[in-house]
Design a protein around this ligand. Sequence first.
Ligand code: ZN
Length: 145
Amino acid sequence: MQAERFRSWVLWKEEFSGNLAIFCSDERFANATFEFLRRHLGIERCDLMVVAGGPAFIPKNEIALMERVDLLLKAHEVKKVILIAHDDCGYYKHLHKDLPYQTIKRKQCEDLLAAITKLQAKGIQAKAFFAFVDSGEVVFEEVKP
Ligand SMILES: [Zn+2]
């Protein structure tokens, strides 16, 4: 019996781009996020860390995940990190069940800024965005201090 096999149309590229994108696993935002990275930021390729809650683990200093980030920063010579949080995030809603939408959003933005600060302390260039839905389309807005 032959094992199922698939051959990709994408050509192999050996080198790393030095980019890393960290965002939430929420599939509703995934394809728009890839488009945003490519079409708006000009990032054709990047390492990915896609976990529930996205960059929330950075200000929380979740050791297991921070070890993975540090490994990527070093092994793949990451210079630039893109952090993306999003509206209606199940991770934040689970953590803050009774808080109103605006308070959760503020918390997410504070976490993004704290994550930027932590990455900058490691000598990494970091940018953060908040994704939300407007008229059925996903919009990415930069989060700045
Ligand atoms: Zn989420």
